[in-house]
Design a protein around this ligand. Sequence first.
Ligand code: KIV
Length: 264
Amino acid sequence: MDERKITAQRLREMKQRGEKIVALTAYDFFTAKIMDEVGIDLILVGDSVGMAVLGYENTVPVTLDEMLHHTRAVARARPRSLLVGDLPFMTYSTVERALESAGKLVQAGAEAVKIEGGETVVEQVVALAKTIPVLGHVGLLPQSILETGGYKVQGRTPASAAQLLRDAQALEAAGAFAVVIECTVAEVARQITGALRIPTIGIGAGNGCDGQILVSNDMLGQFTWFTPKHVKRYANLAEEMRKAFAAYKHEVETGQFPGKEQSF
Ligand code: KIV
């Protein structure tokens, strides 16, 4: 494995070489360590932490302080992967707020920040990208759920597909180093990918993107109460945890634990 640190520039070079970018979310030190060991290119401390870890119903309640806490934990793993911190709801509503919030994420250890939106956040991206690598995010925008009224697949109409392309191109022109495309018709995501020089990273956007990202708790089968269609389960950790907790309970209740081996 190439041991060099992954940078925004290296991700752009991967697109030029036709190499797929592999990304996952992480919210804690040990998960980030394991991801780094297997060579994940990009680790996102996503505001999905709100649902995956903190028990919120959606990402809207996630605060910058919560993002800073989890970003610091992941940064302590000192990953070779590019570490991206997510700007949570309303922390980039103006250019000034965006600069202040992103500055805090970087001081907590993020090497780039992610921002939701296309043409509507161009001013923020231009200002941020002068000093901080910016990952854009188009398609389904979870932070806009109050306005959109639900998690709907994007790009189903010609007008929506054309807007998505304009959004992605606006982010590229504003200086974003890559763009996440979430829950978008696969063919639309493929066309956007072909139209951009910067990489696209898909989640529920088909296999025509330059890379893929998943919420790690979903793909590990840790969050089993709802599984979105785009998620493939690579493990069943919730079941393993259930088995382990039940076995421990049984052994404590029946006096089998601790045994001689665990006693002094
Ligand atoms: O917060 C998050 O995990 C994300 C991914 C879905 C891309 O934004």
